[in-house]
Design a protein around this ligand. Sequence first.
Ligand code: PEP
Length: 248
Amino acid sequence: MRRKLVAGNWKMHGSLAENEALLSGLLAGMGGVKAGVAVCVPFPYLAQAQARLTGSAVAWGAQNMSQQARGAFTGEVSASMLADFACAYVIVGHSERRALYGESDELVAEKYAAAQAAGMTPILCLGETLSEREGCITEAVVARQLDAVIAKCGVASLARAVVAYEPVWAIGTGVTASPNQAQVVHAFIRARVRALDAGVAAGLIIQYGGSVKANNAAELFGQPDIDGGLIGGASLNVEEFLAICRAG
Ligand code: PEP
């Protein structure tokens, strides 16, 4: 039985004061939450997250990292730097990184490999754009993104990873994939992994992301292949995020 995982992606939001209010509210409201919970915070706030969350039921992580180990890469942050702050998770291949910063499938696979080598669990984001969905190539796109990681790291690596299916057209738009639309793609992802390794597929956490809110989380998370969510905007509101966590 897979335990659901609800992870907040704060994106480029927050301040020391705002984070303190969010984290203390989250910690105060965790009673009765069965799902695993994590927050992926901006780099400058990793120390704050570590200080506030160490010893609690809430894990923390980052939203991106370099594929490089160290060197002359101005502005970049390495996996070992994230590990220094005891990050459990790091998001790789978020659609905003792919679209706005030109991250290719191969680069995402390198980041995924570097995250695992440093002992962290990558949250690998996959998902199609609206035009790709309308062109009926959703499965081809998701398969290509997934296969790049399997080609580099092997299917067994997915036992130490989380996959997040995030249709790009649903991220930050208020338009959520219907539970059935999401389930179809989640089942496709799991079947593709199952074809290579049934055990890995059975244990793989596949989150849904894209305008998850308190009022749609339970139905989404109730689908057989949806194992929680990657939550953007709603993770910045403590009551909303806690309600989503309780749906897990
Ligand atoms: C995300 O950023 O991963 C995301 C799913 O955002 P939102 O929940 O705001 O759609």
